[in-house]
Design a protein around this ligand. Sequence first.
Ligand SMILES: [Zn+2]
Length: 389
Amino acid sequence: MNLPQQARPSRHQLLHSRRDFFKTVMGRALAGASILEIAQYQAAWAQALAPTADPTLFEIRKAAEGVYQAFAKPNAILNSNGVIYVNSKEVIIVDSHSRPSSAASLVAQIKKEITDKPVRYLVDTHFHWDHAHGNATYGHLGAKIVASKTTQRLMAETSANRVKGTLEPGGKIALGMASVPTLIEAAKGNLAKASSPADADALKIRLQQLDAYAAEMKNFSPTLPGVTFDKSYKIKDKDFDLILQFNGRAHTAGDTQVYCPSRGTIATGDVAAPFMGDGYPRDWAKTLDTIMKLKFDIILPGHGPIQTDRMQMMGVRNYVEELTARVSAGKQAGQSVADLQKTITMASLKSMANGGDFLAIFGGRTTPTQTQTGINNNILHMYDRLDLK
Ligand SMILES: [Zn+2]
């Protein structure tokens, strides 16, 4: 779409206004940042706002009065969704995505599209890289970072090493993360044989995104939650209360949901995301049952669009329960992971009778082959995690 000629700013104006925008939005946020951190933010911002790239990383969608989903747009490095609560005096954000510049980009977008109220809380639903690695931005903003005690511990124990492994050529690839050098090599290979200028442009943007992530995360160390809780934590306000709850182990040992009873919404992080590398298969269905008993009409998941029914949550619940029973029985009978991956097919699972759409949450619809790969990965992870204490 072309802008009318008079509305199109010159390149000089664009660069200038971008610089002002950066200073205005991040001035306070960067008060305590090092020169290196500021340079990283600026580089990431310049890239995010470059004329060829999509200027925003999220699409903000209203879910209820004062409740919004920050729907993550596709990126070479996955970002989780965020959830934004705006009460009478402040902003509460759920999850900080895969890097500080993603969080900074969302904060800027909130100021532009929703409110000038200060961001006072960031909640980490769990410790995973695509949800909690932008915490530093909220630290600089002076927001309280809140998580379950278990999530804080898992973040301290694993986050830095996992990022390191994914950035080093030949490094130990962390669960659920891709090797960035491998992705860069693949994109360069595809660029060399790109069949159209449009394909080449898309691959160049992908390479920029991968390089920017690697540069920003090179010296990553996690910004840990400063406020923790065992079972629940309440954020009170005259508009609405938010209840942060640990309802049992599922996707990780510390999954937190952010429940807003008066708005009928619940932010669920990845509690219904079928990645099992850090999961607790035998607890999972029970945890989802506990959550589904709460009164809400709107689910704000960590990936994918807003849900207005419990279909997907129930689908994952039934799938995890059935797969756990199958893997457990097979393991007891002496079958290996490879044996089980051959016999537990999509067609053999009752819970997949609807086509298993819930396995597609990480991007579009999956093909049957991709779905079976998802099942195989789940079997592999589950096999070792069945009887964890
Ligand atoms: Zn996760």
